[in-house]
Design a protein around this ligand. Structure first.
Ligand SMILES: Cc1ncc(COP(=O)(O)O)c(C=O)c1O
Length: 381
């Protein structure tokens, strides 16, 4: 990073978003420098101000995702933590969970550990574009099924799943529907109740523009996962209400403040506008990649069916080689390899090398996409 004047093109927003809106940097700085009290731990004004930071971030998330009762949103340190809380806090030995065969390791490894402890896991396979058929999920549900857990969009295929339909069938069968929204929160309009979701785990540092170390878990009223971590404020009762129940210990107030500022930025811009802009970039990427000889794209050909990422390979080149050339020769940042999702790459036929994944964000310029496509044509020659 010594060449500060060099123009870097950041196309790895599916890993973590960069840059963040100015307001995010400012809020984090303000919380650390000025506010700085411990939220919920004292009644002096700095502590109360810190509580207000947490409160307003929670309210902003509730507005963006149309959640009526903001107390059903607990802050976590990332999507992985939220996924662990929900799965480990609800599944007991003898219970059954239905998931897909293309999940991120956050789900795969968590369920793997639960499986060793007597939870039964059924994995439903998608079509060649990474799309699940709700009928397959319906037939995988049996009398012991407690949860259906799938990602809203895989971080390898990018395919947006038919969430509402899957949620509806789960409701009809009285099964909890849990969604891993790491790749969609902040990237497309999402409404928890209208989309029939009971649990939604999101990460703060991707499309929601928060800093790393932030995320949240939404849990519908009536579902109370056992906490992974105990402690916190108050008396000696261990049956705390949401959100305190899942937020033991001092909060990441600067991080949550930054996340709140990111969400407020999206609310101001409008999530439909964000989606439209990123979709146009994905369309340009798909078009350019399709026209490049030797490129094989993973996932659907239609940008409307995707979240803001495209994974692909170039014939005769390893993903690592392509990523290295993009970085070294063109100053373009993408993610290569297995993307913490080896099962998804198995489904895509790209295991073990993985793929190259390009993921623009709301701050990506059209000419940066063009430059990326020029670089890919050069590398593919
Ligand atoms: C689909 C999916 N689930 C879960 C995660 C985990 O997110 P985090 O590392 O922020 O916990 C990711 C991150 O890449 C993801 O893409």
């Amino acid at each position: 990073m010594e060449k500060k004047t060099e123009r870097l093109i950041y196309l790895d927003n599916a890993a973590t978003s960069f840059p963040k809106p100015e307001a995010v940097y400012r809020r984090i700085d303000e919380v650390l420098r000025v506010i700085s009290g411990n939220p919920g731990r004292a009644s002096h004004r700095m502590a109360l101000e810190a509580s207000r930071v947490i409160f307003s971030a929670r309210e902003a998330i509730a507005r963006l995702f149309n959640v009526r009762d903001a107390s059903r949103i607990a802050f976590t340190k990332n999507a992985t933590e939220g996924i662990n809380i929900a799965l480990k806090g609800l599944l007991k030995p003898g219970g059954h969970v239905v998931t897909s065969s293309f999940e991120h390791n956050s789900v795969v490894k968590t369920l793997g550990r639960l499986e060793r402890n007597g939870v039964r896991v059924t994995k439903v396979r998608p079509d060649k574009d990474g799309l699940l058929d709700p009928k397959d999920i319906a037939s995988a549900i049996d009398k012991d099924t407690k949860i259906v857990c799938i990602s809203h969009a895989s971080n390898v295929f990018g395919t947006v799943q038919p969430i509402e339909e899957i949620g509806r069938l789960c409701r009809n069968k009285s099964v909890i529907f849990m969604v891993d929204g790491a790749q969609t929160a902040g990237a497309m309009p999402i409404e928890m109740d209208a989309m029939n979701m009971d649990i939604f785990a999101a990460t703060g540092h991707k499309a929601l523009f928060g800093p790393q170390g932030t995320g949240f878990l939404y849990v519908r009223e009536g579902i109370e996962p056992e906490p992974l971590v105990d402690g916190g404020t108050g008396e000696l009762n261990i049956t705390l209400e949401m959100p305190d129940r899942l937020e033991s210990g001092t909060m990441n107030t600067p991080g949550v403040g930054g996340l709140g500022a990111g969400v407020e930025f999206i609310l101001k811009e409008g999530i439909a506008k964000v989606k439209r802009y990123e979709e146009a970039l994905i369309e340009a990427l798909l078009d350019g990649l399709r026209k490049t000889e030797g490129v094989r794209i993973i996932g659907p050909a239609d940008a409307k069916k995707r979240t803001a990422l495209v994974a692909f390979n170039i014939a005769g080149k390893t993903p690592a080689e392509v990523g290295m050339r993009l970085d070294n020769d063109f100053s373009i940042m993408v993610r290569t390899g297995a993307h913490c999702a080896p099962e998804a790459h198995r489904e895509a036929g790209t295991h073990p090398d993985g793929a190259v994944r390009v993921s623009p964000g709301y701050f990506t310029k059209e000419d940066e996409v063009e430059e990326f496509l020029r670089a890919i044509r050069e590398i593919a020659k």
